[in-house]
Design a protein around this ligand. Sequence first.
Ligand code: NAG
Ligand code: NAG
Length: 455
Amino acid sequence: MATAGLMNSWVTILLLILLPLFSHFPCGTEAYYADFPSANLSVSWKNTPFNEQGSLDFVDGSTLRPILLAYNVTQSYPPFGLGFFTNKTLISFSMPASVFYLVVFMMTRVTVSDNDSDREYQFIPTMPPKVLWSANRDSPVGENATLDFTAEGDLVLRDEFGNLVWSTNTSTTYVARMEIGVTGNLMLLNGSNGMVWQSYDLPTDTWLPNQKINNGQRLTASNSSSNLSTGIYYLTVDKEDNIGIRAFVDSDPPEEYATLLDGSFHAIGGPAFGNAYNAIRLYTDFAVFYFNFAASPTDFRFIVLEPNGHLILYFVDTSYPYTFAVEQRRDLLAAIIDSFGDCSYPAVCGSYGVCSGGGQCACPQDNTGTSNYFWPFEQGIECAEITPLSCDHGSKYHTFVDLPNVTYFDFVPTLFATTIDECKEACLNNCSCKAALFRYDTDVSSEIGYYELSE
Ligand SMILES: *[C@@H]1O[C@H](CO)[C@@H](O)[C@H](O)[C@H]1NC(C)=O
Ligand SMILES: *[C@@H]1O[C@H](CO)[C@@H](O)[C@H](O)[C@H]1NC(C)=O
């Protein structure tokens, strides 16, 4: 009996020690949340597994460490937040731990604790966050990086060595607090709730409800869904030329692959966009383009310029409790450029790849059907020269592989009324020319262009 009594008191002591530890350092997916959408200055967060609001691991290899969270379980909108995010599939031997991004995210599913009255909820490991914005997409930070909301009102991200990575530069503007909005806008506000700074002014790859894209601003695709760094596609709005929205591949010079609207269009509608009130409107007669979704978080839509150059409209289904399924609603560029299916997108087969059959990639072959000049270093996606071209050797050692009935997405002729031999000659005499494209015009005179294909 005495022994049992002793054991009981040991158990009690252990519990007393462990419980406070868990509530201060939640880990894995143990964290329970109530709303914490704002912070006053001055406060600092450190990127560690012991983050005050938990470090949540998801089955796709991503980890999220929330800093702010806007959510109300009694209402049907998804949780939005600010936090440190990484996708561990990125971590390779050559590039270890420095892969955290400061992001605005949206969660697609929560579970509510059994005791519904305390209004607490948890995230689910199988449902990773959807990243909507990133502060440091091209400068990821490591463990122990810090985010400081300084006494002066500056929001400052420093890497693990204390080096400045990113800042809002708002120390002279009377910022009093920061807040995450329920449409994914991170805001710095002054003492009278006036907007001083917002992430909506610095779009990355995602266009959110009521976010204005100003003349000259860009929406820039990420490299991949786990590598958030700047990819090769971007979208601009162009008022000066009264053209509308233009999509480019970021080569030198940039090459346009789609124009979404011309000046005569003011809106695109249809069932995918809901009723007229919710329709996406693109006002070409204003300096800003405005995807005027109803700013309602319960009917949440957003547009992403994807890593593959597609422009996708997403819709968040809020009709089921605690579930916010993200559905692809429309490929906005499809009707304009998809005459060749996926082959219409510039880099779908990488450098030198030839796209056919709506998305099959192959390396260029000569008319004997062999490919002696290119090899597929990434099967079905990327081709490389077997012997790289060099300017040192001069043009007499160079010849052409003929590829009949192949075209290029951005054909801008540079020579007119010429012959196929003159076209080859012009390319051979220009060291930076790697391919020539020859096309007969619709009338008898031929039309021709040669290209400096950038890699
Ligand atoms: C920020 O300060 C205001 C006013 O003092 C207070 O009401 C609010 O609770 C504070 N918010 C946080 C997150 O500390
Ligand atoms: C959540 O929404 C309910 C219903 O609108 C409201 O009464 C409550 O105050 C909200 N809770 C928070 C934390 O904002």
